[in-house]
Ligand binder design. Structure first.
Ligand code: FES
Length: 120
């Protein structure tokens, strides 16, 4: 279990700033109450098949960035070894390798064209 504090601030994302499909790096602005560094937290916004997800940009296997991953239905497939993660739960879908953790998913509230994020 991590000792890092959870994000306590909501982070707004305007969907008008992003295309209708793809994986986009987003940087959450740091605040004094969360674990973001002085440069902020890099996360991935995924817009796919009319759904929205925000995940940590870190594979649960060896921690490589998932920004180079491929979207397949409701899953992201890591480009390194092909492990798939469910975008709603973060759970590993296929298990070709041992020692793979789920990925971290951020909770989203959608209001109009705005998403509001809060780490859970
Ligand atoms: S590092 Fe992502 S599947 Fe191995």
């Amino acid at each position: 279990m991590s000792d890092k504090p959870k994000l306590t601030k909501e982070y707004p994302i305007n969907l008008d700033d992003y295309p209708d499909d793809g994986i986009f790096e987003i940087r959450l602005e740091p605040n004094s109450e969360d674990f973001c560094s002085k440069t902020g937290c890099l996360r991935l916004l995924i817009v796919h098949q009319g759904k929205y997800h925000v995940i940590e940009n870190k594979c649960g296997h060896f921690g490589v960035p998932l920004s180079n991953g491929e979207l397949r239905g409701n899953e992201i497939v890591c480009a390194e070894h092909g492990i798939s993660f469910d975008l709603d739960t973060g759970e590993v879908v296929n298990r070709p390798y041992e020692n793979c953790d789920p990925i971290k998913i951020l909770a989203i509230k959608k209001k109009g064209r705005m998403l509001y994020l809060q780490e859970t």
